[in-house]
Design a protein around this ligand. Structure first.
Ligand SMILES: Nc1ncnc2c1ncn2[C@@H]1O[C@H](COP(=O)(O)OP(=O)(O)OP(=O)(O)O)[C@@H](O)[C@H]1O
Length: 382
């Protein structure tokens, strides 16, 4: 047994949360048929709860027993969001955030599982069960999301514009799994909604080649170096509402969408943040400028491999904080970790390495395959 686990003992005491309503509603059978036999065979003690209502997972995480070795979440990204928000309300939050979380993909959005296990294994509950047993703790940055008096933790993304519309407008197609995002995208190509908001970004990096090299260095076992760089050339307006030395930039042009988050995949069909790293202390922000319907359709080609990263119309930043203020006439929705929020002003701040996940690798599994030449070629094309 010791040899099978690389000298470590597998986690023993597991809190398991299952959302019977997640994805295609198969979380229960996924657990009993594919996950439970693996965990039980390894001698784990399982404390299983089937969630009965929204926020149930939050309530459970809030009272999590600190002798739990890991939390196993059988659902989609929405339940992970609830668990993290529950941990933030725990009586001993510092200790509670050290209990690692392991997702088992059983939702319609399983971005976290894809990012930890990769495209091949990310939707395989058995591979995710093995990660519970053999994964290592991986520290991840979380985000403090503030909107008016409301404060939430976000772990994956905040989205406005076309991409947010897709998430909400295809809600009734959850039974399709993440194919619903592709269908929604095709529909949006017809309507081509635009998004108008003022973004203030506390910039850490915007050199695409440098960010891509940092990810490659991380996978090769070299340390990444994300540091604040001088702006050259600056964006539209530059202002500095923070402390001296902070570099804040402003972006205030109509665009198709703003996607901010962590983890390369937001769904199987879209690698929105190919240079994202779990613990670099920043959030990646992608702003898609307005392009023609033809170019938008063409951008589907290679979107699952992060090809869009190189388009010059895809403005890409790493930031330690940002604020967004929708214009008064702005329509559309705001989606945070897949859940709907009012389209109102909000602020996001990175909380470095607050969360703990179980992961087979000391980095995100999906690889961003690129070379400088193809990057340059695409920049010229776009
Ligand atoms: N028993 C339940 N009945 C209804 N809703 C529930 C139940 N248990 C949990 N939920 C809610 O289901 C929501 C969606 O769960 P989750 O994200 O895990 O699945 P999903 O299929 O990927 O959904 P989405 O694609 O909307 O993120 C959670 O935000 C949670 O509040």
């Amino acid at each position: 047994m010791a040899a099978a686990y690389d000298g470590r003992s597998p986690p023993k005491k597991l809190k398991v949360l299952i959302n019977p309503r997640g994805g295609r509603g198969q979380a229960c059978s996924i657990f009993t048929d594919k996950v439970e036999p693996i965990l039980s065979a390894a001698g784990c003690i399982l404390d299983v709860t089937y969630t009965t209502h929204p926020n149930h997972a939050m309530e459970i995480a809030q009272d999590l027993s600190l002798d739990t070795d890991a939390m196993v979440v059988v659902s989609g990204d929405g339940l992970i969001h609830e668990v993290l928000n529950g941990l933030s309300k725990h009586g001993q939050p510092d200790k509670a955030f050290c209990v690692p979380i392991a997702p088992i993909p059983a939702g319609s959005g399983n971005g976290l599982s894809l990012n930890l296990l990769g495209l091949q294994d990310g939707l395989d509950p058995r591979a995710a069960a093995l990660n519970v047993l053999k994964g290592h703790p991986l520290k991840v940055d979380l985000f403090a999301f503030t909107q008016g008096n409301q404060k939430r933790l976000s772990f994956m993304s905040q989205t406005v514009g076309l991409m947010a519309d897709i998430d909400i407008e295809t809600e009734h197609l959850r039974w399709m799994g993440d194919l619903r995002f592709v269908l929604g995208f095709l529909r949006s190509v017809v309507t081509l909604p635009t998004c108008k908001m003022e973004l203030s970004i506390k910039l850490a990096e915007q050199d695409k080649m440098k960010m891509a090299n940092a990810v490659r260095a991380r996978r090769a076992g070299l340390s990444s170096d994300i540091s604040v760089v001088p702006l050259s050339p600056p964006l539209d307006d530059t202002h500095d509402p923070g402390s001296p030395g902070d570099t804040w930039i402003k972006y205030d042009k109509p665009c198709l969408w703003v996607y901010a988050g962590k983890g390369p995949y937001v769904s199987r069909s879209l690698m929105q943040f190919p240079v994202s790293q779990p613990d670099d202390g920043v959030i990646d922000i992608a702003i898609q400028e307005i392009i023609s319907r033809k170019d938008l359709l063409a951008s589907m080609d290679g979107a699952d491999k992060g090809r869009c990263y190189w388009y010059s119309t895809n403005r890409y930043f790493k930031a330690s904080a940002y604020s967004a203020k929708p214009h008064a006439q702005s329509r559309g929705v705001l989606v945070v970790d897949g859940e709907l929020f009012p389209m109102q002003e909000f602020h996001v701040e990175v909380l470095p390495c607050l969360g703990t996940l179980l992961s087979p690798f000391p980095y995100y599994a999906p690889e961003f395959t690129f070379d400088e030449e193809s990057g340059t070629k695409l920049k010229q094309e776009s």
